[in-house]
Design a protein around this ligand. Sequence first.
Ligand code: C2E
Ligand code: CA
Ligand code: CA
Ligand code: CA
Length: 278
Amino acid sequence: QAKKLRNSHAVFSEDLQKKSDERAVMESELRGAIDNGELYMVYQPQVEAVTGKVSGVEALLRWNNPLLGLVPPDRFIPVAEDCGLINPIGNLVVDTALKEIAGIHGDYERLRLSINVSVQQLVHGGFRDYIKQKCADYDLPNSLIKIEITESLFIEDFWQIENLLKLLSGDGFSISLDDFGTGYSSLSVLRKLPINEVKIDKSFVQDILSDPHDRALIKSIISIGQSLEIPTLAEGVEDIDQALLLRQYGCNLFQGYLFAKPMKLEDLKIYLQGFEPY
Ligand code: C2E
Ligand code: CA
Ligand code: CA
Ligand code: CA
């Protein structure tokens, strides 16, 4: 018995060791990723529920590393946040996405761009100036940019975040509340902060056809949105029946594999050709 315990302990610490090694490798590789051009953006269309028109795209970051392969952002963003790399990486996201979308702005004047911003990046003094400057440099109206933030993260610094979001809102940017319904959602956030869109997390959308509780939840999120005049966007829509039900409930925008997967700019251009320009 004692031996067994010792062994399981050994396996356990080996496991931990492996995890921390992986993280150390990831951190050191991430340090070189910007300079080596390993980071790039993909774009996923957001579609109007009623007309089926493409209203905008969400920029999503990708990291392709020679040693680690394609690392999902869910894994490397938290590492970047921990080791002080989120600001340079976040700036790269803003710069690249604005530049690329500015390149097709002439053909799609009303195409909007959603950008994920981590709270650390947001409260970092330079963010607001940086994004305003880039909009000016690339000649993109601020009103085309949606800044996606995740509300579970701003339990601390609420006052500071509230202030910043109000300033950004005053600059003409839209604010989108990501992953709504997960974490420590509180309805007062919708009232206190200048929120222009609520994104219903894909974990609720996934089971909307089979789970009456998720259905009830989504229905009430949409109706709260309607009463506060905040449009709702459902993410992770994979199935036409999900889309039909969400539209029946009054959801305004859809994003998900049913319409398109995230794609590089070149493929986005081809995708958009299938749609009438605004
Ligand atoms: P998110 O902001 O909630 O993004 C939605 C995620 O759902 C994306 O994963 C997207 O590819 C995926 N998705 C879209 N449609 C479907 C669908 O129909 N089915 C399923 N199963 N998944 C779908 P991705 O690109 O792996 O990003 C994961 C998370 O990483 C994002 O979640 C976001 O929190 C973070 N992230 C991505 N890019 C950035 C970035 O530039 N900056 C920051 N701070 N975070 C980012
Ligand atoms: Ca997002
Ligand atoms: Ca989400
Ligand atoms: Ca997220």
